[in-house]
Design a binder for this molecule. Sequence first.
Ligand code: ATP
Length: 348
Amino acid sequence: MTQAPARPAAGEDDVLEVRGLNISFHTPAGEIPAVRDVSFRVRRGETLALVGESGSGKSVTSLGILRLTPKPPFCSISGQVLLRGRDGTMRDLVALPEAEMRGVRGRDAAMIFQEPMTSLNPVHRVGDQIAESIRFHEGLSRRAALGKAADLLDLVGIPDARRRLGAFPHEMSGGMRQRVMIAMALACEPRLLIADEPTTALDVTIQAQILDLLRRLQERTRMAVIFITHNLGVVAEIADRVMVMYTGRVVEQAAVRPLFRAPLMPYTRGLLRSVPRLDFAGLGREKLAAIPGTVPDPLEPPPGCSFGPRCGAFLPGSCDTAIPPLQEALPGHQVRCVRWSALTGEAA
Ligand SMILES: Nc1ncnc2c1ncn2[C@@H]1O[C@H](COP(=O)(O)OP(=O)(O)OP(=O)(O)O)[C@@H](O)[C@H]1O
């Protein structure tokens, strides 16, 4: 067994490299370490899926990348978030002054959320909302920005785009609103798109259409995508690589095929078992719930492996002595489990 090797410097194709990211909330009850020593990279044109049960740190990781977590003293963030800028250099967003971050959000990296109604302003026409972002980042005239907004609505498959510029969000269906959000996110051609459960609130047919749209847009723009989802059916559809999180830590990371075919971490196996097989094809929407037990209280973590108390392969004296390191178990396949080789019959 080998420890994950020191990561080489970012390659030319890397759009994002996160190194040793830690994010903690400081609450009256104590410190909640929501993200712990998380490292990963996403390349141009690649989709990385973040999966894990509720509370595992997926959303906080993605909000932390764009520095959208609460400010100190309520929340602290450390580590490096290296994002490739327009000039091709990697900049550490953790160290960037807030004024410069405003120029990064929406231009170099954009985000879409589950419920577009919370991100769209209900009192402004959708055309103006898209145009505003374009004007802020690109300094175009209102007229030129509205023209570009219409092209974007057309690109995301909204019929009669020019007329729809004048619509208010409540005049559109959920699927159309999500298309507007995608248009807004793509307005400045970001290198990185973070999608946090973007299809969960939509019905199955619309989900499939939005996933298809994202895939086509990604092929065209070669943007890097981080896709957060509870739905492993969606992961199988769209991801190149998968990062599994539990209690704020990465517990397994691999290309999508090996992860689905031969998951090494008992937690990942539990997640995969909890999805009805039919769901893989049908892109069902239910949450992952079938692993027995509950996620531990972050203020009272168990000793050793945080999945230990729920793990069928738990071995006293092995699993409860120290937090297992993230190991490069197989080439490109990392796992945080001291028992992975015994469980799979692989030579360590
Ligand atoms: N504003 C906050 N204040 C305190 N704790 C927070 C805050 N936001 C998130 N947390 C905690 O951080 C941890 C990670 O939460 P996060 O929302 O990232 O999980 P998640 O994996 O995205 O879950 P879900 O799938 O339900 O969105 C959880 O323990 C959560 O309770």
